[in-house]
Design a protein around this ligand. Structure first.
Ligand code: HEC
Length: 158
């Protein structure tokens, strides 16, 4: 390639990167699709409540998830916040239940959706100055079984 040609190729590549990088991502069609996917994930991961006999193992696995995912860098598992960046998670099931008409299945589905996309399913804390009026980090990479275990762990926190 001659120099001017190489220059043009480089410039075009750069332009493509800039254009793609700046394309709006929050368009409403996209968001509707994401919401539909999250609703489906909630239904899939929580088609039914876990059997009582399965709960202990799920909670144990969920606790490991909680640790390895780094949730504890922002949340306490007790009632007090301990000065951390996020709200305390002790008693979270009760609070989420109250917001979901006391439906234990829907409340768990909300937790799944919130963890996957706090932006589309924000908690009431998101506008709270104490938590910087901000969103949590989204976690969309967990396998379904792990997400179910994580939510059962959160559910067990008193
Ligand atoms: C960078 C800090 C940070 C990390 C890491 C984090 N969170 Fe959060 N979390 C927040 C903040 C801030 C809020 C409140 C704002 C919002 O809803 O996004 C929140 C809200 C929540 C809520 C809603 C509480 C309620 O009462 O409605 C749950 C549940 C939760 N987080 C669970 C988790 C789990 C599980 C993990 C790990 C997979 C995690 N968080 C990782 C900062 C964090």
């Amino acid at each position: 390639m001659t120099r001017p040609v190489r220059f043009t190729v480089c410039l075009s590549a750069l332009l493509v990167i800039v254009v793609v990088g700046c394309a709006p991502t929050g368009n409403p069609g996209n968001e509707e699709m994401q919401r539909a996917e999250l609703e489906q994930a909630g239904m899939r991961i929580y088609a039914a409540l876990p059997e009582d006999s399965a709960k202990a193992a799920l909670i144990e696995q969920g606790q490991k998830m909680y640790r390895t995912a780094g949730c504890e860098s922002c949340h306490s598992t007790r009632q007090d916040r301990l000065g951390l960046q996020g709200p305390p998670l002790g008693g979270v099931s009760k609070r989420v239940m109250a917001r979901q008409d006391d439906d234990a299945l829907e409340a768990r589905r909300w937790l799944v959706k919130h963890i996957k996309s706090p932006r589309l399913y924000p908690s009431p804390y998101k506008d709270d100055e104490a938590y910087h009026g901000t969103f949590m980090t989204p976690y969309n990479q967990f396998r379904d079984e792990d997400m179910r275990a994580l939510v059962e762990f959160l559910w067990s926190l008193r």
